[in-house]
Write a protein that binds this ligand. Structure first.
Ligand code: GDP
Length: 304
């Protein structure tokens, strides 16, 4: 399965280190816990979440008086599964739009290079494949490449892409995309945005403006603000999550490029720290490598 393959590096790195940490030891002691702490931090789980996990294991050791190193895998798995489920979000089994309103409008945010355009293309392909009609809006009007790339996805998937000239007002593109979605009775409108983070006030203003114009057609739009993060950047993904959640009301996360990185622990740390549901993960370049995030499957895959 591509999830297993995508998480291979994270798994190998994590369990390789864990294996070495407990080699020749039968009991989980302070030394093992110190090493575990370091392993979690170097797997990009994040300091806060690592401290939480270690504390929970310490509590269990204190309570049970003894913990064998052979049980450590299973206990870690339980603790991580519990952390992931604490934000109480439903596990998605498939690409599905919420019932009721149409079109469903998703605003996609994130810095350049994280896989925003690719994620939008893959989402369009997945939903189109399920018989949904999709409209894309290329509101990243600052990069010609981003617009071209989205158009390419549009052609490939067979969905319309609304685009204006370079350096035009992004909110005008968002306006036209939602307008077209409403007029054609589309199921889904996905709007790409520019990923400039260095000017936070501008980013906030730009996103507010985009939201305002969408609301001229649909008062509840955007129904989702999806932040795309590059999982292979580890701590940078945490920083971006922090900045974007300050700038706008991010409602879901997509974490890309988990294949080819040992930093897959970011999914656990970010999910725990931000309490925003991870909705999609990217484990490769192909359309089917964008998957809906399922906590149980993720943990299974990591501990298989
Ligand atoms: P944007 O600047 O945020 O729009 O980023 P792009 O969508 O252009 O993606 C940047 C690069 O990352 C492209 O080469 C994508 O093919 C690649 N990419 C995106 N998602 C994934 C993923 O899940 N796995 C891998 N291996 N590559 C990805």
């Amino acid at each position: 399965e591509s999830l297993d393959k995508g998480l291979e590096k994270t798994k190998e790195s994590f369990f390789g280190k864990l294996g070495r940490a407990v080699a020749g030891k039968s009991k989980v002691d302070d030394e093992v816990l110190d090493e575990l702490e370091e392993i979690l931090i170097t797997s990009d789980v994040g300091v806060e979440t690592t401290v939480k996990v270690i504390q929970r294991i310490e509590e269990r050791v204190a309570r049970d008086k003894y913990m064998g190193t052979s049980e450590l895998d299973q206990i870690l798995r339980e603790e991580i599964a519990e952390l992931l489920t604490e934000n109480n979000t439903e596990d998605l089994a498939d690409f599905k739009l919420p019932e009721g309103h149409r079109p469903h409008v998703i605003l996609v945010v994130g810095v350049n290079g994280v896989g925003k355009t690719t994620t939008i293309g893959k989402l369009a392909a997945q939903f189109k494949g399920k018989g949904k009609s999709v409209v894309l809006g290329a509101a990243d009007t600052f990069r010609a490449a981003a617009v071209d790339q989205l158009k390419l996805w549009g052609e490939r998937v067979g969905v319309p892409v609304i685009a204006h000239g370079m350096n035009t007002d992004p909110s005008a593109v968002a306006f036209d995309a939602v307008k077209q979605g409403v007029e054609t009775g589309a199921d889904l409108v996905i709007v790409d945005t520019a990923g400039r983070l260095h000017t936070k006030v501008n980013l906030m203003n730009e996103l507010s403006k985009i939201k305002r114009v969408m609301q001229k057609f649909i008062p509840e739009a955007p129904h989702e603000i999806l932040l795309v993060l590059d999982g292979s950047t580890g701590q940078n993904a945490f920083i971006q999550a922090k900045e974007f959640t300050k700038a706008t009301d991010v409602s879901a996360l997509a974490i890309t490029k988990l294949d080819g990185t040992a930093k897959g622990g970011v999914v656990i740390g970010i999910s725990d720290q931000f309490k925003i549901p991870v909705k999609y993960i990217g484990v490769g370049e192909k359309v089917e490598d964008l998957q809906v995030f399922n906590k149980a499957e993720f943990v299974d895959s990591l501990f298989k």
